[in-house]
Design a protein around this ligand. Structure first.
Ligand code: ZN
Length: 214
């Protein structure tokens, strides 16, 4: 039994050197350890005919997202640098959606937020999934308490029954417990939590709405 089928997309969030490599600019503890787990899911997804889609943080050198420019974060994932590249051990088997390229905060793979106006703008991800006939998504990657959380919450808001694989994510934990709190919030939003080893025979969030595609 597989959680994947032709109408499923596996979303691999921000498995980039700056997050996943211990030498990265915003290294996530355990970020490199999820890479083989994610690769196993990518293999299972491909075998089942599912789509595999990646996201990448893709920032300009200066952005209000960075602490040096008045924001929260150390410099990370500057466009076209080593840190922004997908981890070299990650299997790449699909398109990548880049977020934040014109200075937005890009936590979710689906939406970005203008840090000045607060306006939310969509990325290409939803269109890409709808065009492929995707009706449900599985979310993996980095980091649990930021981009994975935001991507999963947006996915379910957009009507995709959503699963997060708890052993294929890792948290920043800026404050201890942030990752666990994010998983609790995710579960509270009606998102299924599973592990990579579990076979998801029950796609049982019953009200999957087949009419929501395109
Ligand atoms: Zn960022």
């Amino acid at each position: 039994m597989s959680r994947y089928g032709p109408a499923t997309a596996l979303i691999v969030v921000d498995v980039q050197n700056d997050f996943a490599d211990p030498a990265g600019g915003l290294s996530v503890a355990g970020g490199d350890r999820i890479v083989p787990v994610v690769n196993g899911e990518i293999e299972r997804a491909i075998a089942a005919g599912a789509a595999v889609v990646y996201t990448q943080d893709w920032h300009p050198p200066s952005t209000p997202h960075f602490a040096k420019d008045g924001g929260l974060w150390p410099v990370h994932c500057v466009a076209d640098t080593w840190g922004a590249a997908l981890h070299p051990a990650l299997v790449v088997a699909g398109p990548s959606v880049r977020k934040g390229a014109t200075g937005e905060d890009g936590y979710s793979g689906f939406t970005m937020r203008d840090p000045v106006s607060g306006a939310t703008v969509p990325t290409d991800l939803e269109t890409l999934l709808r065009e492929r006939g995707v009706t449900d998504v599985v979310v993996t990657g980095l980091a649990t308490d930021y981009c994975v959380r935001a991507t999963a919450l947006d996915a379910v808001r957009l009507g995709f029954p959503t699963t997060v694989l708890t052993d294929a994510v890792a948290a920043v934990d800026l404050s201890p417990g942030d990752g666990d709190a994010a998983l609790a919030e995710i579960a509270g939003a009606g998102i299924r939590l599973a592990t990579s080893a579990s076979s998801a025979s029950s796609a049982s969030s019953a009200s999957a709405d087949p009419g929501s595609a395109r």
